[in-house]
Design a protein around this ligand. Structure first.
Ligand code: GLU
Length: 277
């Protein structure tokens, strides 16, 4: 009997040891070297917006996401992996992008993400690839002419969960009420159905909404600086270096300016010449 017990306990403890060893061997996705995996699979997986016209918007006809950031991600992928390199796209929102990156579902976020000191504590950023600024979208003829006007009469301003735009309102118009929705498609619908007097986010995003909704205009100019960066997980120095040098090559070859013109060339109020690199 004793022998049987001993045998069972040996088997149990070796199984436990095996389990621990396997767990150590398979690093979690987010901790793997992104460049090694990207080279093996010839693919970089990007988190992009699908609710943001001009930057990343789902084309319902074919299920493809299209926009400035999608084209930039494709260009950067080819610079890093070569002409046959594949860019895969996963749709993210302002609130899902960070968890999806940190869980390793995506390699990089290219989704209108401002480089902020608060976010830099959680993730690494490439250098900035686009300079935006926060502004307001209102109905034509609205009495709201600037962010300060939101303080009057306790106006309601609509924003999106996970964006820093809603946090900025607390600084610039602390008396305004903020209605937070889960994505920009819902935010526009809320503005149009009168659930708030203004919608706030970055000027480029609002420009895309104004193109779609001619009764609405940007007002008050930009009241913050929002430099967009590509967010990646920490401890990926090789990937970060590759992204930054790919960005330089895309800028120097004129491809950046071509993509910029393609998406922002005909947007009223956007001066592509000033945005060129
Ligand atoms: N750039 C701002 C941010 O990173 C607003 C745009 C967005 O919601 O993605 O939060």
């Amino acid at each position: 009997m004793k022998k049987v017990f001993r045998l069972v306990s040996i088997i149990v403890s070796s199984l436990a040891l095996l389990l621990v060893l396997t767990a150590c061997g398979s690093k979690s996705l987010a901790n793997q070297n992104v460049m090694t995996r990207a080279k093996q699979t010839n693919t970089i997986t990007w988190g992009v917006k699908a609710d943001t016209k001009l930057f990343g918007l789902m084309d319902v006809k074919n299920g493809q996401i299209k926009g400035f950031e999608v084209d930039m991600a494709k260009a950067l992928t080819k610079q890093i992996l070569g002409p046959k390199g594949k860019a895969d796209f996963v749709q993210v929102t302002s609130s899902t992008r960070m968890p999806l990156l940190r869980n390793g579902n995506i390699d990089a976020i290219m989704a209108t993400t401002t480089i902020t000191p608060q976010r830099e504590k959680q993730v690494d950023f490439s250098r900035s690839y686009f300079d935006a600024g926060q502004s307001l979208l209102v109905k034509k003829g609205s009495p709201i002419k600037s962010v300060k006007d939101l303080n009057k009469n306790g106006a309601t301003v609509i924003g999106v969960v996970g964006s820093n735009s809603v946090q900025n309102i607390a600084k610039f118009a602390p008396k305004a009420k903020v209605l937070q929705l889960s994505d920009y498609a819902q935010a526009v619908t809320a503005l149009k159905s009168g659930q708030g007097e203004a919608l706030t986010t970055d000027n480029g995003i609002l420009g895309g909404m104004a193109v779609e909704n001619p009764g609405y205009v940007l007002t008050g100019g930009a009241f913050t600086k929002e430099p967009y960066g590509i967010a990646i997980n920490k401890h990926q120095p090789q990937f970060k270096r590759n992204l930054n040098s790919a960005l330089t090559r895309v800028e120097q070859s004129g491809e950046y300016n071509r993509i910029l013109k393609k998406w922002f060339g005909n947007v009223p109020g956007m001066n592509v010449k000033e945005m060129e690199r």
